[in-house]
Structures are given as C-alpha cells and as structure tokens.
Design a protein around this ligand. Structure first.
Ligand code: ADP
Ligand code: MG
Length: 290
C-alpha cells in the first residue's frame, strides 16, 4: 500500500469529522458488507422527549421526582429526557443512594427508604407482575413508537414514563447510500420490539429489537459468519462489546469516552450519511493503491 494515499485520506476525513484510527482500519472500511446500526442516538436523534406520564398511587410530580433522582447521574438518552422534564416542571431532584446502572435494563437505587427501579417494561416484568391494565397502556405507547420506562418502588409499579425519539433527518438518505454501496444495513436496539419495529418501518430497515448488549455482539458475529466484514455503528452507551466484536466499530457523534476507546473510527457530526462517506473515503484511497 502507499502510505501517502492512506495518510492523505486520513487527514481529508479528519477535516470532515471522519476520524479513522490508522491505515489498516481505513482499508477494512472499504470491504464492509453489513452495517449494524444502533437505534437510539445513531438512527434517531437520541434526544427523546417525555410525551406521557402515568402515576399509580402517587402524584405525577412524585413519579417524575423519583425517576429524576435515579437518573441524575446518568447520560443515557432516556435519563436526559426525564431530567429535562423534571427541570421544566421544577420538581425537586433528591439525592438517591446506591444508584446502579443496569445496562440494557435501566437503573436502580434507594430513596426515602424505598428500593427503586426504573427501566424497560421487560426488565420491570422480570421483577414484578404488571397488571393487565398497565401492560395494555405500555403496549399502546409502544405502538405509537414510544419507549416506556416503568418505575417500581419495591414490588409496586408506581409510574410509567413514555418518551419519543425522532429519526435523524438524514437517516433515510444515509441508509439508502449504504445500500447503493452494496452494504446491507440492520438496526440493533435494546428498545422493545414494538417501538423498534415502528421506527424501522419508517426508515425502511431490517431490525432486531429487545436486545441486551451481549445479543448485539452475538448478532455482529452471526453477520460475520455469513461472510463479509461488519461495521457496528453506535453511540457506545452499553454497546462497547458489539463495537469491539465488529470488524470496524464506528462511534457516532463523538460518543462516550468508552466508545472512543473501543471504536476504530468516529463520525463526529453524527450523520448516518457519514458512515457511507467513510466507506467511499476508503474505497477512493484503496483505488489509488491498486
Ligand atoms: P439502545 O439499544 O436503544 O441504545 P440500551 O441498550 O441503551 O438501548 O437500553 C435498552 C433499554 O433499557 C432502553 O430502551 C430502556 O428501556 C432501558 N434503559 C437502559 N438504561 C436506562 C436508563 N438509564 N433509564 C431508563 N431506561 C433505561
Ligand atoms: Mg444504547
């Protein structure tokens, strides 16, 4: 290979916010056959907004306050949605103790002598039995393309918080550009299958929903065994194993510190189209070599 062509491509990419960790990664980028893209923060804005709040045996303000207390140290997109709403409604955010992030599930902690859990309906259902009525509300929100966080106090459901996250403006065009380059895109998400299917249908992309972080890693390996290099594109929140397993791990929008450590490349402007641009950059540099 000619180091000059590679170096020129790396610096040209960097000028456009396309960071690639070295020539070997750049060459692999041109050979990818599958792109596994995270939903939240990658195909969507990653800025969900609270749309509906259901309080059970407590006030709506209490539910929001308890949820915000659990999320106050988190940078998960759903956490930011809840904290933004809490601020807008000027509810107090008391300090919770023993706050623990549970990747792919939610967050737990203690507040005022109560053990709290806030997370996906599936994770909540694994801890307590949801009533038929509450399950119905959850299902209805999900069919509207919303993600629902369930708040538990001990063994009791005390609230539902529904949030909606819109697709990035260039997501459809970016996916079509990948397909035009001979790359099959697929959406991987920890979000529930109903919400995921609603957004995937909107974008015209195959989807696997309801995944735990290790499931994302497994699907990346399955795509690899089908033949062809696999790129995994994600914001890195809970996605480090899948980013590491992929032939090329691409961090979206700068991502988290852990994503930038694990990723092979990063697209700083957070455009889906930039993934296709990375591939084009690689192919142009490789064509110069041959
Ligand atoms: P994604 O693949 O969409 O990035 P994650 O793996 O980050 O999803 O999370 C999977 C699911 O777990 C989320 O859709 C949400 O229901 C739940 N979850 C994870 N972290 C949190 C949190 N901090 N607050 C509320 N829910 C969470
Ligand atoms: Mg995530």
């Amino acid at each position: 290979s000619t180091p000059a062509a590679i170096a020129a491509a790396l610096s040209a990419g960097a000028r456009h916010g396309l960071l690639v960790k070295g020539g070997a990664v750049l060459e692999t980028l041109g050979t990818i056959k599958h792109a596994a893209l995270d939903k939240t923060g990658t195909l969507t804005e990653g800025k969900p907004r609270v749309t509906d709040l259901v309080a059970v045996g407590r006030s709506e303000r209490q539910v929001l306050s308890m949820a915000a207390a659990l999320e106050s140290g988190s940078n998960h997109p759903l956490a930011l949605a809840i904290l933004t709403r809490a601020k807008a409604e000027t509810v107090p955010v008391p300090p919770a103790a023993d706050v623990t992030a549970l990747p792919g599930e939610g967050v737990s902690g203690t507040l005022g002598g109560e053990t709290l859990f806030l997370g996906s309906a599936r994770a909540a259902a694994a801890r307590v039995t949801l009533s038929v009525e509450l399950s119905g509300r959850v299902e209805q929100f999900e069919q509207e393309g919303k993600t629902v966080a369930v708040l538990l106090a001990g063994e009791t459901v005390v609230g539902l918080i529904a949030m909606r996250d819109e697709p990035r403006p260039d997501a459809r065009a970016g996916l079509r550009a990948l397909e035009a380059a001979g790359i099959a895109p697929v959406m991987l998400t920890g979000d529930n299958p109903r919400t995921a299917a609603a957004i995937a249908a909107d974008l015209g992309i195959a989807v696997h929903g309801g995944l735990m972080p290790e499931d994302k890693q497994r699907i990346v390996r399955e795509l690899q065994s089908n033949g062809g290099a696999v790129a995994k594109v994600g914001d890195g929140i809970n996605d480090a194993p899948a980013l590491a397993a992929a032939d090329v791990g691409i961090a979206m929008g700068g991502g988290t510190d852990v994503a930038l450590e694990t990723a092979d490349a990063a697209v700083l402007h957070g455009r889906v189209m930039d993934v296709a641009r990375l591939v084009a950059l690689s192919r142009a540099a490789t064509a110069n070599i041959r």
